[in-house]
Design a protein. Structure first.
Length: 553
RNA sequence: GGCCUUAUGGUCAAGAGGUUAAGACGCCGCCCUCUCAAGGCGGAAUCACGAGUUCGAUUCUCGUUAAGGCUACCA
């Protein structure tokens, strides 16, 4: 077969050679060990937590090596496009402090860099040229078979084939078409998909080094995979090879689910005579499903699969990134312990330290990481971050807390800015329910507005009403507590924990019960931060009013 | 069905041919204490199973099992 003639038959309007493009995008001028990496999501949904996970690897590695981190939009699946998804993905990346140096920046926004276009659907001429080249060297052929319309059909046919023959035939029937047959099909205007003419031997293997998985032995590819779909758009395989070559990618970070198709991709690189990039196949973040099985985080079922979920919930950026870093490099935890005040960005991230099994998403751990992070912030930082969040996600609360910023800060500063700060906030959405009583959100109308479970109502009222008489907002903490003890004693409560424990029947209760009654009157809850601080922040009249109000129960 | 990958407590995991098998989250208990949170101290809980190699295997090899992935003109 005259492959050059075939190439011209299939792609008569391609006038450029691959050398034209190879020369158009010369090698980048970068330091010797600099890595060029990319995030290349397809705009078929919103940015996945797994994307953030792998983006982190690329962002950290390129920063460390003074390389380039770029964004390429892989919009070759026209059927599944979701409007605006690319823009949101880019914005999310920036939000999480992983702004790319180069590439796509959103729909209708200018692209950055000299290796574009960074949107695959705008590179169709380039792909066509490379496809033509493969035909011209006899490594690709047209397939005129009718394509299966949906996944169910494909699965059904495959099942049928397995049952009939026991194997799936890799070599495509159309690879045996003669030039004349092809010519006739073209004349008949039959659409075709271009397929790789695989030269692999199923019994041969080759050695391969993956940055995460280490040394592997891989079977040669034998599949005549599709290089260009019948609509003229290449699927991932060809686009990956062409783009990452032209854009100078040195390390490809992608999920482990790509590992089985690696040998096919390498065969394409090989057919072109291109040097493939290094690969890092990452584990996939999973969760436990209803049946107790591990499964991939799913966009449809799991809210935490969408990075926007964490924003809506009010998890700080640093919390989420630190959590992901925990999954990525297990020695991060020790580093964090030894460097409590540094940013996670100062950690020396290493690709080789990534574990090779699929981690489960653990909210407990995320919350812990986040509580630690928030506990180290000062009141101004907390205020700033909280109000920024509330401004978008809880406008009503925003209006309340910004009415008097200093007041809000004093609330947020209870047990903060000290060596052993409170760690009770994991996300901003919790502040409202935890501190409602400090923000006019606690207005008891009846008994049920207080948490009075297992509480003796008579004692409760007695304590609160007597406390009105002794409360003085000018008392310091010691005097304040002494007065409570004194009152407790007068009312028949114990003021010594040990004495009380020895003979509880001799007392109405302990001084802790007295404090609990006051706490319930002021906050409605049995649990709260330091009562004295709360009294200090509430105005005197407010304290008195709340104590008086217990009459309603 | 075929192929690929993985297997250390509930979760994240360190680890090495000989260890009392780190650490973190979570859980439980105690201390502190006006409650909670924090802090301090302590506890329960792990090498998937079966062979082989070896003086010795959780670690190496081979099987088995389980889970995940791929097997699309999706990425």
């Amino acid at each position: 077969m005259d492959y050059k003639k075939l190439a011209d038959l299939l792609y008569p309007d391609v006038d450029k050679t691959i050398d034209y493009y190879l020369n158009k995008y010369p090698k980048r001028n970068l330091p010797e060990n600099a890595e060029v990496m990319r995030i290349a999501p397809s705009p078929t949904g919103y940015l996945h937590t797994g994307h953030a996970y792998s983006a982190f690897i690329s962002r950290a590695t390129t920063k460390k090596t003074n390389g380039v981190f770029y964004f390429r939009l892989e919009d070759t699946d026209q059927k599944r496009l979701i409007p605006n998804a690319g823009t949101i993905a880019y914005d999310m990346l920036c939000y999480y402090d992983m702004k790319p140096d180069e590439g796509y920046t959103g729909d209708n926004r200018p692209q950055i860099g000299n290796y574009g276009d960074y949107i695959q659907s705008k590179r169709l001429d380039i792909y066509k040229c490379f496809a033509k080249y493969l035909v011209s060297i006899g490594r690709a052929f047209p397939c005129f078979c009718e394509k299966s319309e949906n996944k169910e059909d494909i699965l059904f046919k495959r099942q049928e084939q397995i049952e009939n023959s026991g194997t799936i035939e890799d070599k495509d029937v159309c690879r045996n078409l003669t030039y004349e047959q092809i010519e006739q099909n073209i004349k008949d205007k039959k659409p075709f998909a271009l397929k790789l003419l695989s030269c692999g031997d199923i019994n041969k293997t080759f050695k391969f080094h993956d940055l995460i998985k280490g040394n592997r032995e891989i079977r040669e590819n034998t599949k005549d995979i599709v290089l260009v779909k019948s609509n003229g758009i290449p699927p991932y395989s060809l686009a990956h090879v062409v783009d990452d070559t032209l854009m100078g990618t040195t390390i490809v970070v992608r999920g482990e689910e790509w590992f089985p198709s690696l040998s096919a991709h390498l065969e394409i690189f090989n057919a072109f005579g291109f040097k493939p990039p290094k690969y890092a196949h990452t584990p996939v973040i999973c969760k436990l499903d209803e049946n107790g099985n591990k499964r991939k985080l799913s966009k449809r079922k799991d809210p935490e699969a969408d990075v926007r979920y964490f924003i809506e919930q009010g998890y700080p950026v640093d919390s989420v990134m630190e959590y992901l870093l925990n999954l990525l490099n297990s020695d991060f935890e020790l580093w964090r312990k030894n460097n409590p005040s540094l940013s996670y960005k100062d950690f020396d991230f290493k690709i080789e330290k990534i574990g090779s099994n699929n981690p489960m998403f653990d909210f407990n751990k995320l919350n812990d990481v986040s509580k630690n992070y928030i506990s180290k912030l000062n009141k101004d930082q907390v205020y700033e971050k909280l109000t920024t969040w509330a401004n978008v996600y809880d406008k009503n609360f925003y209006n309340i807390i910004t009415k008097d910023g200093n007041y809000t800060k004093s609330v947020l500063n209870i047990d903060r800015e000290n060596p052993k700060p409170r760690k009770d906030i994991a996300k901003w959405s919790e502040v409202k329910t935890k501190f409602d009583y400090m923000f006019d959100l606690f207005n008891p109308k009846s008994k049920k507005d207080y948490n009075l479970e297992d509480v003796d109502i008579e004692k409760f009222k007695e304590v609160c009403l007597s406390y009105i008489k002794v409360y003085n907002e000018n008392d310091d903490k010691q005097i304040w507590f002494n007065k409570i003890k004194e009152m407790a004693q007068n009312l028949g409560y114990a003021t010594d924990n040990k004495l009380y424990k020895q003979n509880p029947q001799n007392f109405k209760g302990n001084v802790s019960d007295v404090c609990m009654y006051i706490r319930i009157a002021l906050t409605g809850k049995k649990d709260s931060p330091d009562l004295y601080s709360i009294c200090q922040i509430l105005k005197k009249q407010d304290v008195i009013d709340r104590l008086k109000k217990v009459e309603i129960v």
